[in-house]
Ligand binder design. Structure first.
Ligand code: DGJ
Length: 738
């Protein structure tokens, strides 16, 4: 019998449909009749279809739809006028520059003959249980784009990336490459949330209406940056809040220059396009070569901003952070930086280690200053051999001492950098990013090694591998203290040099991956002068992150609040340091500092040589208390009960364990005013019928008139009044199910 003549895509589609019929639990499906793709999570549906023009058209991103709901067939929108043509108005999943598209594009290509027109059409697709890959091709040229979609069924978080391939015989140049375009159907009251900041002032939550004109979040710096983080959330100003209403959010897994643009198109739909930053970007593809984009994750919650961040935290814990879905609880660490700065030596570090062990610290970390001629930030970076004046017998005696005290040992490194005053730079001045015959602009007296070069990449891995092999090291704090200037790669042809934006970061990931492969027990922290390199790309390869060099416990409350919108407390380090704090000269009690830091993964960075016995007693009590609740704080559900933003006189967070048997409340009074009584704090997320016993975190009597025990319903509906008076007051409570 003759096969009916169907186009190739239809055969693939039919096969895919059969697969769907055979496996009803699949989260990714294709309906051959309507040519609609669906990705379903527990509470989310993402759908797009192949329209009559062969374009991949966005259809739905939001709450879960019923099976069989009428999503397709996709039909392109008619031109609005001779100015806004159909191709531009129709929300495409991966719009390319060409054919009259004027909205933000995901792809812009220049061909050798001067052609800059690309029009992509559906060719075929491959379906897996939780993923689909759709192949698109230019209408005339051998340019192919494969769009990869994944869904995490539990959280409904979609992952999208693109592979762009030159299947022709001549090179082409990619001028712009995004990972994905996401579309929100027209509404009047969309509101954008994003995080901005600067060194020592990261994680400031911003809001603005999504109105005409683009909002651009980006880094042009070669790395993620403190100024913006690659995360956005959009809610409905009219009907969304912290606890309820629809929220669409996304985060880009990339630690280099990036851009997310949020744009309202002429008909009111909102397009969110994210990926490589086109600024100074160009990527030449020789015949047969391809470019892969990073993954741009996106999710939806109908539980307000709080619901959105709880979903994202869960996704990060289960799908991003190392640990195969169960990231290890963060050990309580001690770090020497604020205590000693560059003046580290064997005797001084041993004395600190003894004191740290007394209060229950589990990991002792020696920060900057242990290597080369590193007595200040002016010299030594790049020379990763132990400074024998400071450690005459190498690191071994200190490491043995730390281990003998029952702690892990950690070390600070900044492997991507070099001081011009270093043996490495004297030997290899050509290893840094530079344009020949141009000045090399230093920042913190250092230059950036060009990790995109194979020899530099291999050198950095070899140095770190040797360091971890030769010393019994459990943890590296990986620092990165400047952004790029003069991003030249003179060893390549001029037209290939901008590849540095991609290759550098790929090699960074490669080094981290190799190091972890060779040393499976090694843990790593991503630090970049504070929070300058935190994103889902680096978090897949590091166990914890350092949000800010600002350790002021009051500033940290709002920073931690901002941070928590995008990233999980499971990875968020927070240190207790000295008072007055070096940033603001603000004085706070040790209890206050502990309770602020206990909102994340607890560390101590104070100069223990200055502590009195009472301080050690307080610290030991708080560290012990923290260990009782850290699983809930780090891996439970976070409820931002009262935001510290906008000058609020108070703030409160609650963390609830996944089984709802433990909850941890942190409450802060920032500033007492006019003798006002503190309003009751109403908890969330408890089991209403379960009875919970309350205790003060860190011990001590409960305030008078506070019941020792009540139902979850009581704590949520009636709440508890925490009697705090004065400035910079803090209280912590733990609720245990009976
Ligand atoms: C910047 C980091 O953020 C600090 O914690 C510290 O490690 C210094 N670098 C050391 O130079």
């Amino acid at each position: 019998m003759r096969r009916p003549s169907l186009p190739a895509w239809a055969w693939v589609a039919l096969a895919a449909h059969a697969l769907f019929v055979a496996d009803a639990r699949a989260a990714a499906r294709f309906d051959a009749a309507t040519r609609v793709f669906r990705l379903d999570g527990e509470r989310v549906t993402y759908a797009f279809g192949i329209n009559e023009a062969g374009q991949l058209q966005s259809l739905h991103w939001g709450g879960r739809l019923a099976d069989g709901d009428p999503l397709g067939p996709a039909k392109s929108l008619p031109s609005h006028s001779s100015f806004d043509l159909s191709a531009s108005i129709t929300p495409q999943e991966f719009p390319a520059q060409g054919g009259g598209v004027f909205t933000e594009v995901a792809l812009k290509v220049a061909y050798a003959d001067g052609n800059r027109d690309t029009v992509l059409r559906y060719v075929s697709h491959t379906l897996e249980r939780d993923a689909v890959t759709v192949r698109l091709r230019d209408i005339a040229l051998p340019l192919e784009v494969s769009l990869r979609y994944t869904i995490d069924p539990g959280t409904g978080v979609i992952g999208r990336s693109a592979r762009i391939e030159n299947l022709g015989r001549t090179p082409l140049r990619i001028d712009q490459a995004a990972s994905a375009a996401y579309t929100l159907a027209p509404q009047d009251d969309y509101r954008l949330h994003h995080l901005s900041g600067r060194w020592a002032g990261e994680w400031s939550l911003q809001q603005r209406p999504v109105s005409e004109g683009a909002s651009v979040l980006e880094s042009r710096r070669g790395s993620t940056g403190q100024q913006n983080t690659p995360w956005f959330a959009i809610d409905r100003g009219g009907s969304s809040g912290e606890d309820s209403g629809p929220v669409w959010f996304g985060a880009l897994a990339w630690s280099g220059s990036w851009r997310i643009s949020i744009d309202k198109d002429p008909l009111g739909a909102v397009r969110v396009v994210g990926g490589y930053n086109p600024y100074d970007f160009a990527y030449r593809l020789a015949p047969g070569e391809r470019l892969d984009t990073p993954v741009f994750y996106a999710g939806y919650s109908d539980g307000g901003m709080g619901g959105a961040s709880r979903l994202l935290h869960r996704f990060e814990r289960e799908r991003i952070l190392p640990g195969g879905g169960k990231p290890r609880l963060r050990p309580v660490l001690y770090n020497s930086w604020e205590a000693t700065e560059f003046a580290v030596d064997e005797a001084g570090q041993m004395a600190l280690a003894e004191k740290a062990a007394r209060i229950g610290v589990e990991r002792f970390v020696v920060d900057d200053g242990w290597f080369g001629a590193r007595n200040s930030d002016k010299a030594g970076l790049g020379d990763w051999s132990v400074n024998r004046a400071k450690f005459p017998n190498g690191l071994k005696p200190l490491i043995d001492k730390v281990h003998g005290l029952g702690m892990e040992f950690g070390l600070w490194v900044e492997p991507e950098m070099v001081n011009p005053d270093s043996d490495l730079y004297r030997a290899h001045p050509d290893w840094v990013l530079n344009f020949p015959e141009r000045p090399r602009t230093p920042a913190r007296n250092q230059l950036v090694l060009n990790l995109a070069r194979r020899d530099v990449r291999d050198h950095v891995l070899q140095v770190l591998d040797a360091l971890v092999t030769d010393n019994d090291i459990q943890f590296l704090k990986w620092d990165y203290n400047r952004n790029w200037s003069e991003p030249g790669w003179p060893q390549l042809a001029p037209e290939d040099q901008p590849k540095v934006y991609v290759e550098y970061v790929r090699n960074l990931y490669w080094i981290l991956g190799e190091l972890r492969r060779k040393h499976p027990k090694l843990e790593i922290e991503s630090c970049s002068g504070g929070g300058g390199r935190i994103d889902l790309g680096i978090m897949a390869l590091t166990d914890q992150v350092w949000p800010s060099d600002n350790t002021d416990p009051f500033d940290r409350l709002s920073m931690q609040d901002g941070f928590s919108h995008a990233y999980a407390p499971a990875a968020m380090m927070a240190w207790v340091t000295d008072s007055p704090n070096w940033v603001n000269r603000r004085e706070t009690s040790l209890d206050y500092r502990f309770l602020s830091s206990m909102q994340g993964a607890l560390g101590i960075g104070a100069n223990l040589n200055h502590w009195r016995d009472a301080d050690f007693a307080t610290a030991a009590r708080m560290v012990a208390a923290y260990k009782q609740v850290r699983a809930t704080v780090q891996q439970g559900d976070l409820y931002r009960l009262i935001s510290p933003a906008n000058g609020s006189p108070r703030s409160a967070t609650l963390s609830v364990s996944p089984d709802r048997r433990q909850a941890v409340l942190f409450a802060f009074l920032h500033s007492q005013s006019k003798g006002m009584q503190e309003p009751a704090i109403r908890l969330r997320g408890l089991d209403p019928r379960q009875r919970y016993r309350i205790a003060r975190l860190g011990g001590g009597a409960l305030p008078e008139a506070m019941p020792a025990e009540a139902s979850g319903a009581y704590w949520m509906e009636h709440g508890l009044a925490v009697p705090m008076r004065g400035d910079f007051q803090a209280s912590g409570f733990v609720f245990e199910a009976k």
